[in-house]
Write a protein that binds this ligand. Sequence first.
Ligand SMILES: Cc1cc2nc3c(=O)[nH]c(=O)nc-3n(C[C@H](O)[C@H](O)[C@H](O)COP(=O)(O)OP(=O)(O)OC[C@H]3O[C@@H](n4cnc5c(N)ncnc54)[C@H](O)[C@@H]3O)c2cc1C
Length: 393
Amino acid sequence: MLVEYDVIVIGAGAAGLMCSIEAGKRGKNVLLIEHTSKIAEKIRISGGGRCNFTNLYSDNNNFISTNRHFFKSALVKYNQNDFINLVKKYDIEFYEKKLGQLFCKNSAKDIIDMLISECNKQQVIIQLDTSIKKITKNDEGYFIKTNIGDFVSKSVVIASGGLSIPKIGATDFGYNIAKQFNLNVTNLSPALVPLTFKDDILEFCKSLAGVSINASVSINKTKFEEGLVFTHRGISGPSILQISSYWKEGKSISINLLPEHHIDIILRDRRNKSPKKNINNILSDFLPSRLALAICNKLQINKKIGEISNDALFQISDFIHNWTIIPNGTEGYKTAEVTLGGIDTDEISSSTMECKKHPGLYFIGEVLDVTGHLGGHNFQWAWSSGFVAGQNV
Ligand SMILES: Cc1cc2nc3c(=O)[nH]c(=O)nc-3n(C[C@H](O)[C@H](O)[C@H](O)COP(=O)(O)OP(=O)(O)OC[C@H]3O[C@@H](n4cnc5c(N)ncnc54)[C@H](O)[C@@H]3O)c2cc1C
């Protein structure tokens, strides 16, 4: 039997839920299909279980896309305040952790429950454990063959997300549908992901595993100043996750390990005032002592500051303020928070999220070539793009 719906949304994540709710509000009967047994697993694990659901300062500068203008209109139509108002309507307690990042006080489950409750209000039919075997199109609409039956609709929304964390349900479904319908997909790579190293840099990082500092990390003019943590595989922490979205294989990154000070000025001053003090102890006044010692050992300059030449002082200061290293890779999709790249936005109308070549076919959320910075911007994109599609399906 073939069952008809006004709208079929594929993927019960952040974007799919938002789109279903908005379409439902417009009186559409909506089927939301999810291939796993759970709704919005990524929301559940996000923000360390507390879901950084948006950012007070989210704006166009927080998004990466081949087309720098594509995301603007959706972010205006549904912005962070719209989502915050929804959260407030449900009396969900939240707080600003830092830099405008809003987190649930209790649990990410509060956001999932809110979205499910909104879906229920709009009588959205949610079908879990449903795998799609085939999608075809003819004059009557899009035919969807699944393990639980066949469906038809004039509007199909692909909200199947990116490739990160396959063990909780991420698939390449959206990209395959794009290829089936002859849509361009840009290069895909893991982003918001720890960086890995080899040889002596790896050994250096390993010896410091667990040490964390505030650092400024840059690639050309793109710079992020936030936490950095050394790991057994390389480096991680917010500043590294942010820069990973801009890093390309073979390219170097520059790290200022002490952005709030000028260590060269400090060292020259200390050389005059306390020449008998060991350089390692002086650096430990500004950096974690394990890191201070590791730098001195690496540069083979571990002696009294009074005995240190100008050249050696320069080496130390250059290492601390301009540590330039080439990652050998990233930790990949198993730990990446998002996928960089996606369905080419030139294929999609920015005001409706509808595919230009195939009326009735929509793409929203992370599956598109729009990637947010760390800090709640990726969910904001899911809400905004889901909202816009929901107004137009
Ligand atoms: C560990 C982690 C923490 C994160 N924390 C944050 C955070 O705090 N703040 C933030 O802004 N962003 C965060 N993100 C990013 C954010 O979760 C995503 O950008 C966002 O969930 C994307 O929404 P989406 O709806 O496009 O995709 P998703 O939320 O991934 O939803 C896609 C849905 O489609 C389903 N699906 C996939 N293939 C199929 C198929 N073939 N058939 C049917 N269903 C399918 C999936 O199972 C999933 O339910 C985090 C990501 C990770 C991995």
